[in-house]
Design a protein around this ligand. Structure first.
Ligand SMILES: [Zn+2]
Length: 441
C-alpha cells in the first residue's frame, strides 16, 4: 500500500527498521506497528500485520523519540532568539519528542501561571512535549523560594536557577528539601561566581595565550561539591547540569557509589570539544561552563559511557547573530544543540568506539525520561508512539543556515557529521521529515 507523508493514517506499519531500545541496537531487522497514536507492536522480521499502509524504512534505526533535559526556548521575553514554537521545530528536526525547558526567560518562570503558559505554548506548537522547569528562587534572584507546590501542580518537572548558580547554600538546602517533598529534582548550574569572576573561557593555556580571563575548574567543582553534600544531607534528588570537568565527574562518581541521589548530564560540546578551539576567536566556542581541556573532555565522555553521567542534554542556548558577532569577551555564552546532538554523539563517540550506539540512544531518551519521571522515552507496546528514524551512516555537513532553530549559533558549523535524523513522530504523528530523505515512495 502507498505511503503518503502528507496524510499519515491512523494505523500504519514501518517495516525494515533496526529497533534500538533498552541500550541495544537490534541485529535483525524488524517493524513498528502504530495504531491511533500508540505503539501496537514492536516486532522482529517481516511485519505480521497486513493491510495497513506500510513504509519500508530501508534499514534505518527506529528509536524512542529523544528527550532533552536542558533547553532554552527563550519565551517569554526573548522571542528574537527562539520561541517555544521554533524551539519545538528544532527539537523535532533533531529527533526529539520531549524537551525540558529552562526557566531563565524574561520574566523567569517562577509561578504556576507562567508554568502553564509554557505548557500551553508547547501544546499549541504541537511538535514535541514541552516540560517546563521552574525557577528555584523568585525572579532567579537567589533570595526567596518560589511556590513549588503550585508550580508542580501546574506541571513543573523540576526547579533550577540555571543560567545562574544559587549562591546561597542555605537557600539551596531549603530548595532541595522542598522539591524532595514533591518528588522532583533540583537542577544545579554548578558555578561559584566568586571564582568564575569575569571569566569568558576555561582558565588554562589558551586563556593565557589569548589574554582572556579564565574560569577555573574550581568554580564548577566547588559548587558541585557543595550541592552533592546538600543532597546527601537532605536525601533529595540533585541533578547536576552540563558537567564539564574531570573533578566534577569524580565527585559525582563517588557520591553515586555512596548512595547520594545524584544524577548528571553532559552536553554534546563538552563531550567532544576542547578549549583550544577558542584560539579562532569564534564566539561559537563561548559557552558556560566553558570548553575545558582534552583530559576533561575524555573524562566526561568516559563517565557517560559508564553511566556516572546519566544522559546527554543539549543546553540548547539560542542567541542572535548580532549578539554572537560581538567580540569574544562581550558576546553571550551558549550555543544551539538540538539539531546536531545525535550526530555529534554518533560521529565522535560511537564511531570512535567509545560508546555503543544503543547506549548513546538510551542516554538520550530512556535514561533522561526516567530520571525526571517524564511520561515518555520508551518505545514499548501500549505507549504513545513517540519515536524517530535515523540513518546511522548518512554523512552530512552542518550548515547553520539550514537549522530550524531561529538562532544559528552552532559550535559544529562546517563539521562533517555521520548519522542523520530522517523522521520524527509524536504520538504517531509526523513532526519532522528530512527534506533530502528518500522516504517518499
Ligand atoms: Zn547552566
Amino acid at each position: 500500500m502507498d505511503w503518503n507523508w502528507r496524510s499519515i493514517p491512523a494505523e500504519y506499519v514501518i517495516a525494515n527498521v533496526r529497533v534500538c531500545r533498552g541500550g541495544k541496537l537490534a541485529k535483525r531487522r524488524g517493524f513498528l506497528h502504530v495504531k491511533k497514536g500508540k505503539v501496537e507492536t514492536v516486532g522482529v522480521g517481516e511485519p505480521t500485520a497486513e493491510g495497513f499502509p506500510t513504509l519500508d524504512a530501508g534499514g534505518w534505526v527506529c528509536a524512542p523519540g529523544l528527550v532533552d533535559l536542558h533547553a532554552h526556548f527563550r519565551e517569554p521575553g526573548q522571542e528574537e532568539k527562539e520561541t517555544i514554537a521554533t524551539g519545538s521545530r528544532a527539537a523535532a528536526a533533531g529527533g526529539f519528542t520531549a524537551v525540558v525547558t529552562m526557566p531563565n526567560t524574561q520574566p523567569a518562570i517562577d509561578n504556576a501561571g507562567l508554568v502553564r503558559y509554557v505548557i500551553d505554548r508547547g501544546l499549541e506548537a504541537g511538535l514535541c512535549r514541552v516540560f517546563p522547569t521552574g525557577a528555584i528562587s523568585t525572579g532567579r534572584t537567589g533570595e526567596t523560594l518560589c511556590e513549588y507546590g503550585e508550580m508542580v501542580a501546574a506541571g513543573a518537572v523540576g526547579f533550577t536557577d540555571d543560567g545562574s548558580p544559587v549562591a546561597h547554600g542555605g537557600l539551596m538546602r531549603n530548595a532541595l528539601e522542598y522539591a524532595s517533598m514533591l518528588g522532583v529534582p533540583i537542577v544545579s548550574h554548578a558555578e561559584d561566581r566568586t571564582l568564575a569572576g569575569a571569566g569568558v573561557m576555561h582558565e588554562g593555556y589558551w586563556a593565557t595565550r589569548l589574554g582572556l580571563e579564565g574560569i577555573p575548574r574550581a568554580a564548577e567543582d566547588a559548587c558541585t561539591y557543595r550541592d552533592i553534600e546538600l543532597a546527601r544531607a537532605t536525601g533529595a534528588h540533585l541533578h547536576v547540569a552540563h558537567v564539564s570537568t574531570r573533578g566534577s565527574v569524580e565527585l559525582i562518581r563517588r557520591a553515586k557509589a555512596e548512595g547520594v541521589r545524584v544524577t548528571a548530564e553532559a552536553t554534546p560540546h563538552h563531550l567532544t570539544l576542547d578549549h583550544s578551539l577558542c584560539r579562532s576567536w569564534s564566539t561559537m566556542f563561548k559557552m558556560n561552563p566553558p570548553l575545558r581541556e582534552p583530559d576533561d573532555v575524555a573524562a566526561v565522555a568516559q563517565a557517560l559511557a559508564e553511566g556516572v553521567i546519566d544522559c546527554v542534554s543539549t543546553d540548547h542556548a539560542p542567541h542572535t547573530a548580532t549578539e554572537k558577532e560581538l567580540q569574544f569577551d562581550q558576546a553571550p555564552f551558549g550555543v544551539v544543540g538540538l539539531e546536531t546532538a545525535l550526530a555529534v554523539g554518533i560521529t565522535h563517540l560511537v564511531r570512535e568506539g567509545r560508546l555503543d550506539l544503543g547506549v548513546l540512544v538510551q542516554r538520550m531518551s530512556e535514561r533522561p525520561a526516567e530520571i525526571f519521571h517524564l511520561p515518555c522515552g520508551r518505545l514499548e507496546e501500549g505507549n504513545d508512539a513517540d519515536f524517530m528514524l535515523f540513518d546511522p551512516d548518512e554523512i552530512w555537513s552542518v550548515d547553520p543556515a539550514a537549522l530550524q532553530s531561529k538562532s544559528k549559533n552552532t559550535a559544529f558549523a562546517g563539521q562533517t557529521l555521520t548519522g542523520r535524523v530522517k523522521a520524527t513522530f509524536l504520538r504517531g504523528r509526523l513532526t519532522w521529515r528530512d527534506a533530502d530523505g528518500s522516504l517518499e515512495k
